[in-house]
Design a protein around this ligand. Structure first.
Ligand code: NAI
Length: 484
């Protein structure tokens, strides 16, 4: 079999395969879905364009989707998050696959892509050989979905708007890519968007984009908000980050966290996990928040809550978790202590004003090692910035561990099956595409699939107790409005 792909080095496939094998053991949810649906293959006929960090855990997701009958093409959703050995193993896979004769899936991802390469890879997962496009998107952060939507919008308008000085570097690169694709095929994005049944979105930031599109009536196809499955955001965002924020800091700097002042910007699900982890390491944690409810939660946990304007001057370690932009400005960074560590774990790199930092006259940037840079100000003091302001847990470490990702990716797999097989249930009565979360019984199913591995013994309701509570013995156990 021959197919197009682009990864760092297929020679890494064996190392990747060993890691995937161990990850499978830690991903009982995905393995149980393979068991349940491996024969019936509900994803037969699905052509999934996946844009999600190309890690070892993602390789297990990819191979679950293919075991359920899907064809996939895959790119990473961040220039630094690919684990090259996982990408190689996903390409080589198959009973007889070798680096010389790969038999797996087309992956377009490597650690350290340039921005133009990043968007070329995203285009590559949406451009299937033989002319037929994808019929499903599996997205993380919404870049693949945005490419289809913006591509079609600009195609309909008859032009890509000219690049202006206000555009970020990334948006300029994005416009150039759309310009090129439309020059090659002037109806490309209409053709692709027509074939797509729906998208399943992994993260808070991507979900936010989808609801905006639905609100303005521009959403082209239905979407499942995977992020807001309880077994996703209350686990991956919280406990996943509780693990991987420390991993990122350690691998990047190995600085002792105990006794330091750590500033966590944002106290949502990700912020809660990060603050908890830093506290566990013995840091004095300070939180910044805009939402009074989350600020009060932080205070109840014993964290001081102050604005960044105050915290900037006394923090030793900064982690942004807001999904907002300009949370740490160039002025904040200039006022920080010597050798303060500045990092972001939110989806996009604009939480920290890296462009503003680079514009400071006389500032010097020194690479300590890949994805770790010292920025020295004209007065001689410096700060350490991780992953150029991009998400540090995937740029400086390997992201979340398998077990927590098994929860997230079980939701992803179930969402793909739902949307592919019951597309009509995800449009309103006028046929307009909607954004919906998975029903609660499927959320509970994902949780249930992970209990045995942890030795959890559930209590079963009696029939009488269930009647008393007004629920079914088999669940769902909570009303929709319950917040966990
Ligand atoms: P969330 O909405 O639960 O939390 C964000 C919090 O930041 C909110 O409480 C909000 O009030 C606060 N906030 C917003 N603007 C702020 C500002 N200017 N200053 C201070 N606080 C501010 O969102 P969640 O789920 O915690 O996700 C946060 C980000 O992390 C998103 O971009 C999400 O996509 C990303 N994410 C990253 C992961 C990773 O592995 N790196 C994993 C999961 C999510």
């Amino acid at each position: 079999m021959s197919f197009d792909f682009k990864v760092r080095d297929l020679g890494l496939a064996e190392a990747g395969r060993h890691q995937i094998r161990l990850a499978e053991h830690e991903m009982p949810g995905l393995m149980s879905l393979r068991e349940e649906f491996g024969d019936s293959k509900p994803l037969a006929g699905a052509r999934v364009a996946g844009s999600l960090h190309m890690t070892v855990q993602t390789a297990v997701l990819i191979e679950t989707l293919t075991a359920l009958g899907a064809e996939v093409r895959w790119a990473s959703c961040n220039i630094y998050s690919t684990q090259d050995e996982a990408a190689a193993a996903a390409v080589v896979v198959g009973p007889n696959g070798t680096p010389e004769d790969p038999q797996g899936v087309p992956v377009f991802a490597w650690k350290g892509e340039t921005l133009p390469e990043y968007w070329e890879c995203t285009d590559a997962i949406l451009t299937w050989p033989g002319g037929e496009g994808p019929n499903m998107i599996l997205d993380d952060g919404g870049d693949a979905t945005m490419l289809v939507h913006k591509g079609r919008e600009w195609e309909t308008a008859g032009q890509v708007p000219p690049t202006t000085e206000e555009d970020s570097e990334e948006f300029g690169v994005f416009k150039a890519l759309v310009r090129r694709t439309l020059a090659e095929n002037p109806t490309k994005w209409t053709e692709i968007s027509k074939g797509i049944k729906g998208v399943t979105e992994e993260t808070t930031t991507g979900v936010h984009r989808l609801y905006e599109l639905a609100k303005s009536g521009e959403l082209l196809f239905p979407a499942i908000n995977v992020n807001d499955s309880v077994t996703k955001s209350k686990f991956d965002n919280k406990y996943g980050c509780r693990h991987s924020v420390i991993d990122g800091l350690n691998r990047a700097t190995d600085v002792l966290i105990a006794g330091k002042t750590a500033v966590v910007a944002g106290y949502g699900d990700v912020g809660k996990g990060c603050a908890d982890a830093l506290k566990g390491q013995g840091a004095r944690v300070v939180v910044t928040e805009v939402d009074p409810i989350c600020a009060l939660q932080a205070a109840m946990e014993g964290f001081q809550v102050v604005p960044m304007d105050k915290a900037a001057a006394y923090g030793d370690i900064f982690v942004t978790t807001t999904g907002c932009y300009d949370v740490i400005t160039a002025e904040h960074m200039a006022s920080m202590k010597n050798k303060a560590i500045v990092s972001n774990i939110g989806h996009f790199d604009n939480e920290i004003d890296m462009a503003g930092l680079a514009r400071i006259e006389g500032i010097e940037k020194t690479e300590i090692k890949p994805q770790v840079h010292e920025w020295t100000f004209p007065d001689g003091h410096s700060i350490i910035v991780l992953s150029e302001g991009r998400l540090m847990n995937l740029g400086n470490a390997t992201g979340h561990p398998s077990f927590v990702m098994s929860n997230s990716f079980s939701n992803q797999t179930i969402a793909q099956i739902e949307l592919f097989t019951k597309t009509e249930e995800y449009v309103d009565e006028d046929g307009k595409p909607e954004v919906k979360t998975l029903p609660k019984h499927l959320d509970e199913k994902v949780a249930r699939a992970h209990l045995e591995a942890l030795g959890v013994e559930l209590t079963e309701l009696t029939k009488e107790q269930a009647e008393y509570l007004g629920v079914d013995v088999a669940g769902p156990y909570k009303p929709e409005h319950y917040r966990y």
